[in-house]
Design a protein around this ligand. Structure first.
Ligand code: R1P
Ligand code: URA
Length: 290
């Protein structure tokens, strides 16, 4: 089915509306970061850079690392931006932008998020690296897509809803698993694993109390104490659930690796978070290039 120009929006140079790149600018391995300044921190390790562009908070560099072609792109903060970036990157890979028809052959992308995050367990120290074995969506994005339930783990979600006494005024939490292929590539004894909880904000939604009290005030205690078989919630951030959900629905691989910059249980913040993020970048690049 072809698409109206209000639905699949292109810029005058044929690039896609927000990401501002054309299909030939996109590599099969895509590193996503929240912070636009982090894009350059990744691409400075590339031996070649063939393309650079930016629009709003979305900065894109494509090049090679140890001979492997990769795109690094910033999403900005939050699952609303993930909806935009992932929809547009999937369209670049799988829709003929001239006709609006789906390409006859599916092109699979491998997404690796390199983010920052706050730990929800005392034994996950600041400056450690955590892979989300699952993304727990407290943001609601996936419910806007038909058929998303197929990719969710309803039994664990129900146990979580009961444990937390989740308010029906908020979107139903959803749980989606990481790509096992990427897990094999990126997990090692240098990384920890667990459920990465994705919040729809940084303050109230992550239980932070400045002048406005979060509702419920002790949300983090419930998240920290949640256990389902050998699964527990390790960390909080703002993108992983939507990345896992959209990538699975679209047929792509996705994995989220986060540098722990805060420990919410111990009340600590990293004194050198940039060094930890750099360590994470080199670690991931080396494993992706193998
Ligand atoms: C909040 O400070 C931001 O940092 C984390 C959160 O997910 C949110 O986007 O990730 P990034 O450092 O990748 O942006
Ligand atoms: N990013 C988040 O979303 N939360 C934290 O606590 C730290 C980084």
């Amino acid at each position: 089915m072809s698409k109206a120009s209000s639905e699949l929006i292109l810029n005058a140079d044929g690039s896609i509306y927000h990401c501002n790149i054309r299909p030939e600018h996109l590599a099969d391995i895509v590193i996503t970061v929240g912070d636009p300044n982090r894009v350059e921190k990744v691409s400075l390790h590339f031996e070649t850079i063939e393309h650079k562009s930016s629009k709003r908070e979305i900065v894109t560099h494509t090049g090679t690392y140890k001979g492997t072609r990769m795109t690094v792109i910033s999403t900005g903060m939050g699952t609303d931006n993930i909806d935009i970036v992932f929809s547009e990157l999937d369209a670049l890979a799988n829709i003929n932008l001239e006709t609006g028809e789906n390409n006859p052959e599916f092109r699979k992308l491998s997404f690796v998020r390199l983010g920052t995050s706050g730990a929800l367990q005392a034994d996950i120290p600041v400056d450690s690296l955590v892979i989300g074995s699952h993304g727990l969506g407290l943001d609601g994005l996936l419910h806007y897509y038909q058929g998303s339930e197929e990719f969710m783990m309803a039994e664990v979600e129900d146990a979580f809803i009961k444990h937390v006494n989740w308010s029906p005024k908020k979107a139903r939490p959803y749980l989606v698993e990481a790509s096992s292929t990427l897990m094999e590539k990126l997990a090692s004894d240098e990384t920890k694993q667990g459920i990465t909880a994705t919040a729809c904000g940084f303050y109230g939604p992550q239980g932070r109390f400045l002048r406005l009290a979060p509702n419920p005030i002790d949300i983090n205690d419930y998240l920290t104490s949640f256990q389902y078989e050998d699964l527990r919630i390790t960390n909080f951030e703002m993108e992983t659930s939507a990345i896992y959900g959209l990538a699975k629905m679209m047929g792509h691989e996705a994995l989220s690796l986060n540098a722990i910059v805060a420990n919410r249980i111990l009340g600590e913040f990293s004194t050198d978070s940039y060094a930890t993020v750099d360590k994470m970048i080199v670690y991931a690049l080396d494993r992706l290039a193998k």
